[in-house]
Each structure stands twice: as structure tokens, then as C-alpha cells.
Design a protein around this ligand. Structure first.
Ligand code: NAD
Length: 473
């Protein structure tokens, strides 16, 4: 079993400063599958000191040296992907194949992309007579959530290493196991001591010491907007770079001429993927009022076709990832009903036969109006809200009427029509007619969804400073 009771600091597995621990719980049956150490300020201090000491050496390595380490880590991630997938399946309840392929596979996907970018990234470029030099920003604190754990870790660790930064990773205390396997891999490839450090702990109890420390140059955070605000405030007095990837309430606009038989099921499946626990999930579905009945019928049918079950049996959808999230999802479903939304399918009652775990049926509401909580707040669970619009202008206004701005989705008969709507959305990303994410393109949000861009070249640049050397070109 993966051991999350020790930290990896300065190239060694070490005991935490004190012995506070929490259980790691499998949400499929609420069984305890391990323990995680809950670190505090002393552990943060030790990890940051190790990263600071390692920075001069690591930042002076050549591109080729860093590529060698990245390639070795990538190969080991591929070799251990079933093990990583199993850890993710147990710690957060992703169905077996989703855990092994999409979840565990995101490690090699992002390491692979960063390796491609690093091979010919121009660290020095002339601008007239000035030389522009890009160099590592320094010591980075990387804080990640539990929903796509390896994905979020890889999108930070790979570019930070490639840039020449040293780092302290603090993964979610609710899903810490896959991060331990990554630390084992990093140890096994012989990365210099102190370049990568791993600590565990709960929120601000260790987070404040990490994100406020004067020896830290950058914080890269993925998680809730609430925690992002706290982290940005804590980092402000020391003027750190703070890259935030936060929550979302992404809209999907289906134009009147779109292929409804494709668009509606795809939106339901996109919303329910990973039990609705993706920051960029399409959670508000906007359809022309004249086609509302048609859309509701298709959505109900698609939601009811989703097989719910124990992750090991590889269903379409597993449980919600943890007790706190489960309580929140159930409360939001009940609140939507009490605010007058029409429940088409699903609901807060536990599905038969799965009562021991944190299961919620795929839930679809129609008759949702913009003032309802279900239209405004992120659920982070398998819940879709269908809203009607009377004109495309109104659909765009509804989509933009959100404090969030992570993703948008547009379905139309032609790409030109879809693109015209996409240009009007205040979001960092837009998918046209079901086009998938692209790991070479920047991932990130507008407004309260964050201020960072991850993945590929743009993700690498988050970890770089730029220096103007006048007369240097
Ligand atoms: P969370 O904010 O509670 O926790 C995320 C991480 O931050 C955990 O490691 C946690 O221990 C740590 N943390 C919490 N408070 C902290 C503090 N004050 N200082 C330092 N660290 C702190 O979020 P969560 O519940 O784990 O994840 C769900 C949220 O993450 C959702 O809102 C979701 O939309 C968002 N998310 C965003 C993206 C994105 O890329 N935009 C991706 C995935 C998830």
C-alpha cells in the first residue's frame, strides 16, 4: 500500500514534525484505505529550505540535463500507470478505466507535452539590440485538489522542472496517494535532492506557512475560488507570482440549427464525467425555448443511460469523491427543488444497492432560471441545469452572467456560426461542436475562475521570469 504518512524532503523520506494524521477513505464504500500525515509550519519550513538550497544548482542545469530527467520520469509514469490508476480509483472513486486511462494517463500526457516544448523552447531571443532572457522564477509551491489529482500535479510539476524551478508539492489531503507514487518515481530517477519535495496537510494549517513564506517565489494553485482568494491574500505581502486555476460554472449554448441528438447527450456525458467533478464541466445547458421539450427529453434519456456502480466494476460513473463534497451536492439538489427547478431525473435519494458509498444519481433539472442557486453556484457533482433562451443574444448574456469564466461550449450547424458565438464568451476556453481539449493549448479561466494558464508552452512560461539585457543582442 502507498504510504502517505511520510514526507519527501531533500531527497529523503522523512517523518513529519508531529504525528497528526487523517484517514484516507474510499468513497465507494467508506472504508479506510490508509492514512495521510497532516503537516504543519515546521514541515513547510524544512521543505522550502531544501528547495531554496537546491535552486542554484538546478536552475543552472542545461536543457539537455533537464530533458533527461523529464524523460525518465515520464517513462516511469507510463510503467506505473496501472498502479497510479488504482490509487486514484481508491482515493477518489473514479471508475477503473477512467482512473487508469484518463486520470493516470494525464501524467505522461503533460510530461510528454512539456518535453516536446522544452526541446526547442527559445530561452534567449533578441529584440532589436536587447537580449530577452527567460529563466526559472525560483522556489515554487504547488497546491492541488482531489478531482483529477495526477492531471493537476503533472501540469505543475512537469513545467516547473522544465523551467529550472525547485518546488514543494502539497497535494489534496483527501487524495494523496498518487502524489506519493510520483515522489517515488522522482526518487528512483535520481533527481538532485531538494529539487522536488512533497508534504501533505490540510488547507491553511500547512498552506499558510507555504504560501506566505518569504523564500517562496511563486504559488501555483488549483482548487476552489474560496481557497484561491485566501492564498492570493496570504502571498501578497511578499509579492509572489500567484497562478490560480479555480472553479467554474461553464455554459453550453446549443444553437437552434445544431444537431440536438448529438449535442444534448454529449453535454450530459460531459457534465457527468468524473461524477461531475471537473472544473470545466458543462453544467448550464442553454437551449432555444421552442426546442426545450425536445432537449429535456434527450437529456433525461442520456442521464438515465449512465451506469452507476462500484469503480472496480468499471461503470460509467462512480461515487462523489469525499464526504464533504457529497453533503454539498445533496444539499444543492434539495435547494434547487425548493427554489422551484423541475427535477427531470436523479435527485438526492441514494441509488438502490449502493447506499454504503457516496453515490448520487445523474441529476438533471429543467425550468432553471438565472436567479436560482443551481444556475449560479458550482455544484461539483453530477448535476445539470437546463435553461431556455429566446434569442442567441440572450443565450450569450446568460452564459456570461456568471462570476466564473472557465469554459464555454457551443453547438451549431456550421463552425462559423459556433465560432461567432465563441468570440463573445468571456471564458478562457470554448469547445465547438464537441471538440476535445488540446494539451498544447493554454488551459485556464477568466474572472473568478483564475488568472493562470497551464499546459504546453503557456504552462512552461508561467514558471519563467523574463529579463531584458539592453545591448545584449
Ligand atoms: P480546495 O480549495 O478545498 O482544496 C484544494 C487544495 O488547496 C487542497 O490541497 C487543500 O488542502 C488546499 N487548500 C485549501 N485551503 C487552503 C489554504 N487556505 N491555503 C493553502 N492551501 C489550501 O478545493 P477542492 O475541494 O480540493 O477542489 C475542488 C475545487 O477545485 C472546485 O472548486 C473546482 O472547480 C476547482 N478546480 C479547478 C480546476 C481548474 O483548473 N480551474 C481544476 C480542478 C478543480
Amino acid at each position: 500500500m502507498v504510504d502517505a504518512t511520510r514526507f519527501y524532503i531533500d531527497g529523503r523520506w522523512v517523518a513529519p514534525a508531529d504525528d497528526a494524521r487523517a484517514a484516507v477513505v474510499d468513497p465507494a464504500d467508506r472504508s479506510v484505505i490508509g492514512e495521510v500525515a497532516l503537516g504543519g509550519p515546521a514541515d513547510a519550513e524544512a521543505a522550502i529550505a531544501a528547495a531554496r538550497a537546491a535552486f542554484p544548482g538546478w536552475s543552472a542545469t542545461t536543457r539537455e540535463q533537464r530533458l533527461e530527467y523529464l524523460e525518465a520520469i515520464n517513462l516511469a509514469l507510463i510503467a506505473r500507470s496501472d498502479e497510479i490508476g488504482n490509487a486514484i480509483m481508491r482515493e477518489m472513486g473514479a471508475p477503473r478505466r477512467l482512473a487508469r486511462r484518463a486520470q493516470a494517463g494525464s501524467g505522461p500526457q503533460h510530461f510528454g507535452e512539456v518535453i516536446r516544448v522544452l526541446r526547442d523552447y527559445p530561452f534567449e531571443t533578441p529584440l532589436g539590440s536587447t537580449l530577452l532572457q527567460r529563466e526559472a522564477i525560483g522556489v515554487c509551491v504547488l497546491i492541488t485538489p482531489w478531482n483529477w489529482p495526477m492531471n493537476q500535479i503533472a501540469t505543475k510539476v512537469a513545467p516547473a522542472l522544465a523551467a529550472g524551478c525547485t518546488m514543494v508539492l502539497k497535494p489534496s489531503e483527501l487524495a494523496p496517494l498518487d502524489a506519493v507514487i510520483l515522489a517515488e518515481i522522482i526518487d528512483s530517477v535520481g533527481l538532485p535532492a531538494g529539487v522536488f519535495n512533497l508534504v501533505h496537510g490540510s488547507g491553511a494549517a500547512i498552506g499558510d506557512a507555504l504560501t506566505g513564506h518569504p523564500d517562496v517565489d511563486m504559488v501555483s494553485f488549483t482548487g476552489s475560488t474560496r481557497a484561491g482568494v485566501a492564498i492570493a491574500a496570504n502571498a501578497a505581502p511578499t509579492i509572489k507570482r500567484v497562478a490560480l486555476e479555480l472553479g467554474g460554472k461553464s455554459a453550453c449554448i446549443v444553437l437552434p440549427d445544431a444537431d440536438f441528438a448529438k449535442a444534448i447527450p454529449a453535454t450530459v456525458q460531459g457534465c457527468m464525467l468524473n461524477t461531475g467533478q471537473s472544473c470545466n464541466a458543462p453544467t448550464r445547458l442553454m437551449v432555444p425555448r421552442a426546442r426545450l421539450d425536445d432537449a429535456c427529453h434527450l437529456a433525461k434519456h442520456a442521464a438515465e443511460a449512465i451506469r452507476l456502480g462500484m469503480p472496480i466494476d468499471d461503470p460509467d460513473m462512480g461515487p462523489v469523491a469525499n464526504e464533504a463534497q457529497y453533503g454539498r451536492v445533496i444539499a444543492m439538489i434539495d435547494q434547487a427543488i425548493s427554489e422551484g427547478a423541475t427535477l427531470l431525473t436523479g435527485g438526492s435519494a441514494p441509488p438502490a444497492g449502493l447506499e454504503r458509498g457516496l453515490f448520487v444519481r445523474p441529476t438533471v433539472f429543467c425550468g432553471v432560471t438565472p436567479d436560482m442557486t443551481i444556475a449560479r453556484e458550482e455544484v461539483f457533482g453530477p448535476v445539470l441545469a437546463i435553461m431556455a433562451y429566446d434569442s442567441v443574444e440572450e443565450a450569450v448574456a446568460l452564459a456570461n452572467d456568471s462570476p466564473y469564466g472557465l469554459s464555454g461550449y457551443v453547438w451549431a450547424e456550421t463552425r462559423d456560426a459556433a465560432r461567432a458565438v465563441a468570440r463573445q464568451l468571456r471564458t478562457g476556453m470554448v469547445h465547438l461542436n464537441g471538440a476535445p481539449l488540446d494539451s498544447a493549448a493554454p488551459f485556464g479561466g477568466y474572472k473568478m475562475s483564475g488568472n493562470g494558464r497551464e499546459w504546453g508552452r503557456f504552462g512552461l512560461e508561467e514558471f519563467l521570469e523574463i529579463k531584458s539585457i539592453y545591448g545584449g543582442a
